[in-house]
Design a binder for this molecule. Sequence first.
Ligand SMILES: NC(=O)c1ccc[n+]([C@@H]2O[C@H](COP(=O)([O-])OP(=O)(O)OC[C@H]3O[C@@H](n4cnc5c(N)ncnc54)[C@H](O)[C@@H]3O)[C@@H](O)[C@H]2O)c1
Length: 286
Amino acid sequence: MDTPASGSLQSLSGHGARPLTGRRAPPAKIMELSQVKAIVTGAGGGLGGCFARELAAAGASVAAGDVQPAGLRDLAAAARTLPGKILPAPLDITDEESASAFVDTAAEQMGGLNVLINAAGIARDGLLISPRPGGVNKLPLAQWRKVVDVNLTGQFLMVREFAARVVTAGTLHAVVVNVSSIARAGNPGQANYAAAKAGLDACTRTWALELARYGIRVGGVAPGVTATGFLAGFSQEALARLEAATPIGRLAQPQDVWQAVRFILECDFFTGRVVEVDGGAAMGVL
Ligand SMILES: NC(=O)c1ccc[n+]([C@@H]2O[C@H](COP(=O)([O-])OP(=O)(O)OC[C@H]3O[C@@H](n4cnc5c(N)ncnc54)[C@H](O)[C@@H]3O)[C@@H](O)[C@H]2O)c1
């Protein structure tokens, strides 16, 4: 018997040891960024724009989608000098036809697809109820639905269309990265957003389990407060309070979150997990 007994310390150590099951481990699949053919949603925004630029800087092709065309124009202009290419096009991830047509066009224009980064998202904050003279204001149903539509249902549509296309094309190796938030743990005034992001994390785990057999890994990043247009409505005082409550002592920059996205793309043993990039912040103290 030349294999250590299973469960022993020795069996858990040792690089180059035979796989414990006796089966030959399949070789790790390397996702070279220069070979990436990616869809990035919310690419007109701060995080999506950063991910698209970083990918193009590494030589990747990127189909950049957003419901707001202005950000996409800026992105395309900034990308002209990069080795890869950025193909901007309108996309509403909450619209089934828009999502499906975008994925089809992206695959045709780039000659395939192997990465989806779901960075589109919105917040429409509001307390469940807020007392006013003579009664209470209630969080409107439309405000609840809008946030769940974009941050959860839209991500579902994109992952479904991407996976269907990739599997039909016989692509053997693909990666999905969903952008969650540390607000998934719950945050006053953000029930709609927290519920959608917690739901998205449940989908990340579920889709990782469902899609592993097709060679598709699914991971997530949960940023803390990040300096993008998302914070447009925040006062200077609120931002200073958030910084002070973050152990690292500053807000995240999109580049900080990109480092986690890059890790997920490149690490062949990563799936079904969500990486928090929050400077050590805990929602309870924000
Ligand atoms: N900035 C933060 O503090 C922070 C923290 C945690 C998580 N996030 C998440 O990161 C992601 C990116 O946020 P950001 O900070 O770049 O914000 P952002 O507002 O700069 O970018 C979001 C982009 O999504 C686009 N979008 C909205 N609805 C869309 C739709 N239906 N279809 C396609 N695109 C749509 C917007 O037009 C915008 O360009 C979001 O999912 C957000 O929830 C942000």
